[in-house]
Design a protein around this ligand. Structure first.
Ligand code: ZN
Length: 269
């Protein structure tokens, strides 16, 4: 019977494999020749995702090392801006959760996660108050980003906020995170103000329809349903975009200035 024959063969093969494995163990394992290296290869890491911890450092360190979430790096908000490495870059950290960019999902597999110790925000009777990032922490982040970019060959356009890759559930790193400083340091691309002004004048005071905003946001990498309606999901994605590029107002409304910024950004490479 062919099936029986196959299973006999299979068990023999398995037995031989086990013997080989044991023999291998006894003799120091298999030999791999590494004399040749392929030109056709690159890093498995395509993105860097920036977060805030929404809590203080002792708690963050505990959660990120003992809990179900983790990150490759944690940067303290103390005076010396200590950088902790919690997960090796070659391994996956659990920081992005359900996430998507440029149609690629589950970004934990293809990204490095960096957490910044920061309390996030507090809702007060006067409105929502966000906590600023100390300059020493941002300086440390810039050095780290430059280092990772160079080693992993990551394009600056692929340095993202958690709110970019999960705009329906996340706000971090928030509207006080200084993206422009990262641009000034040469870490991420940024359109020149003159270009944004030019695009603004091209619009001639007419706000494009919601469907246009949805198309543009998808074009630059955001995940957004093309409903043609100004719905909750669209508002959340516009707000995420504004928190990065137009931090003075991030109400999620499709306005002229937001349109001008969108027109000034290239598609991801
Ligand atoms: Zn996050």
């Amino acid at each position: 019977m062919p099936i029986r024959f196959f299973s006999n063969r299979l068990s023999r093969v398995l037995m031989l494999a086990m013997v080989a494995l044991l023999a291998g163990c006894a003799t120091g394992g298999m030999r791999i020749n590494t004399d040749h290296s392929a030109r056709g290869q690159d890093s498995r890491i395509r993105y860097i995702v920036v977060h805030y911890t929404a809590g203080e450092s002792a708690r963050a360190l505990q959660v990120l090392t003992m809990g179900e979430v983790s990150a490759h790096y944690l940067i303290d908000n103390n005076a010396s801006a200590t950088i902790y490495q919690l997960v090796d870059e070659s391994r996956r950290a659990w920081h992005a959760g359900e996430s998507e960019w440029e149609g690629r999902n589950s970004l934990n597999a293809s990204s490095i996660g960096i957490e910044l110790v920061n309390r996030g925000f507090q809702d007060t009777p006067q409105g929502r108050v966000w906590y600023p990032f100390p300059q020493s922490q941002i300086d440390a982040l810039i050095v780290l980003l430059k280092d990772i970019k160079q080693r992993q060959g990551i394009d600056g356009v692929n340095i993202l906020g958690h709110s970019d890759v999960a705009p329906q559930r996340k706000l971090d790193p928030g509207p006080l995170f200084p993206w422009k400083q990262l641009a000034d340091a040469g870490v991420i691309p940024w359109p020149p103000q003159a270009l944004v002004d030019h695009r603004l004048s091209q619009l001639g005071g007419v706000v494009p329809p919601v469907s246009w905003f949805q198309e543009q946001l998808a074009r630059i990498g955001y995940t957004i349903e093309q409903t043609g309606e100004f719905d909750e999901q669209t508002k959340n994605v516009i707000a995420a975009f504004q928190m990065r590029y137009r931090q003075s107002l991030y109400d999620g409304q499709p306005d002229l200035e937001t349109a001008a910024w969108l027109m000034s950004l290239p598609a991801p490479r």
